[in-house]
Design a protein around this ligand. Structure first.
Ligand SMILES: *Cc1c(COP(=O)(O)O)cnc(C)c1O
Length: 389
């Protein structure tokens, strides 16, 4: 179906990704790993083509393609490419575009596995990384070494305290490939490509699939760049499962109502928790008190589904809350139907050195909350009883 350019994002989430499902309104599941060719000429064409459909699933798969088409529509991209996980996408993009001796500028406050990939395998392969404070204006540009810096890597909002990076600033950099991990915003929350960023990347495991039933990553941008990354990804093999792509495509259909509800609940919860004596700080881009609230209003359509709180009572208060919550689940992911609470210091950020943790503001009293689809008054009541003296 041709897309109406005037359609709003929530409508595009419904109309997109339908080319490989025939007349079925639900996405068709193509579980096949291989297709037969009509002739030797046809087989050769499929084997040597770029992203050949109906050849071999590591090259392309119609169900995965449907998910990729929908993502390209939502990101305003020429093309999208899916991976077996968010880390599959991040590792493949870095290894597709960077070589020994190259230089990357990345923000310090990154998803912990991304940070570990840059500090471990990248260092081992001779790819040099400079870490900067992504919230400091001009920090990325100042660290770029002309002719040597091949990639600038940012994440916004970032984990776990929802700090932002100015997308116009990243998109305005000339020379290196610019990559933004936009997972915490979802494709409906912000559009890095519209700011001039080359590649927008998501862990679709989170708010895109949205039901804690798929592990998937996706990157979007110009077709030529995506085709080049595909050339590497076929060798790397972090290929997505069509079952996961199907679940993620189903997730996209309801993403607008889910994220609208979750962002509104996050706003309600954070505004209320700000007044609680047991909570010494609340981090959410939708709050006036967020140091980058104006930037959030400028570059985000909604302020996201995750927030963080600092408990006045430190680690002892954290232990009390985690042992007392009944409705909230103690778990680390985000973007699903259930409200989750996690303690970054001992889970997602446990691999950081004490100095790194201090630099990133990951204190013992910090809790990260992923807002689910429950009625927010029930979530608040559960937090209140967990926080009570
Ligand atoms: C979860 C996450 C990732 C990694 O994605 P996986 O699907 O778990 O591999 C990367 N970046 C951010 C911001 C994430 O939240």
């Amino acid at each position: 179906m041709p897309q109406e350019p005037s359609h709003q994002p929530a409508t595009r989430a419904i109309t997109s990704g339908r080319a490989h499902s025939g007349r079925s309104l639900a996405p068709a599941l193509w579980s096949s790993s291989v297709w037969e060719s009509e002739s030797m000429v046809d087989a050769r064409k499929r084997a040597t083509g770029v992203r050949s459909n109906e050849f071999y699933s590591r090259y392309s798969n119609p169900t995965v393609r449907s998910f990729e088409d929908a993502m390209a529509e939502l990101e305003g991209a020429e093309s999208s490419l899916a991976f077996a996980s968010g880390m599959g996408a991040i590792a493949s993009v870095i290894l597709a575009l960077c070589s020994q001796g190259d230089h990357i500028v990345a923000q310090r406050n990154l998803y912990s596995a991304t940070l570990a990939f840059l500090q471990g395998p990248c260092a081992r392969f001779g790819i040099d990384v400079t870490f900067v404070d992504g919230t400091e204006p001009g920090a990325f540009a100042a660290a770029v070494q002309p002719g040597r810096t091949v990639m600038v890597l940012a994440e916004t909002p970032s984990n776990p305290k929802l700090a932002l990076v100015d997308l116009d600033e990243i998109g305005g950099l000339r020379g290196p490939f610019t990559v933004v991990d936009s997972t915490f915003a979802t494709p409906l929350g912000q559009q890095p490509l519209a700011h001039g960023v080359h590649l927008s990347l998501h862990s679709a495991t989170k708010g895109i699939a949205g039901h804690n039933d798929a592990t998937l990553g996706v990157v979007s941008g110009e077709k030529d760049l995506l085709d080049a990354i595909w050339g590497y990804s076929v060798l790397h093999g972090a290929t997505p499962s069509p079952h996961d792509a199907l679940n993620a495509l189903r997730g996209i259909r309801t993403m607008a109502v889910r994220t609208t509800h979750q962002a509104a609940s996050a706003q309600f919860l954070t505004e209320s928790l700000q007044l609680h004596p047991g909570v010494s700080a609340v981090h959410y881009p939708g709050l006036q008190s967020h140091p980058q609230h104006d930037l959030a209003k400028w570059q985000m359509r909604h302020f996201g589904t995750v927030f963080a709180i600092e408990l006045a009572g430190g680690l002892a208060a954290v232990e009390q809350v985690l042992s007392r919550v009944k409705l909230l689940h103690v778990a680390t992911s985000l973007g699903g139907p259930e409200t989750l609470v996690c303690h970054p210091c001992t889970t997602t950020h446990a691999s950081l050195t004490p100095q790194e943790a201090a630099e990133q503001g990951v204190t013992p009293g910090l809790l990260r909350i992923s807002v689910g689809l429950e009625d927010p008054t029930d979530v608040l009541a559960d937090l209140h009883q967990a926080l009570a003296d």
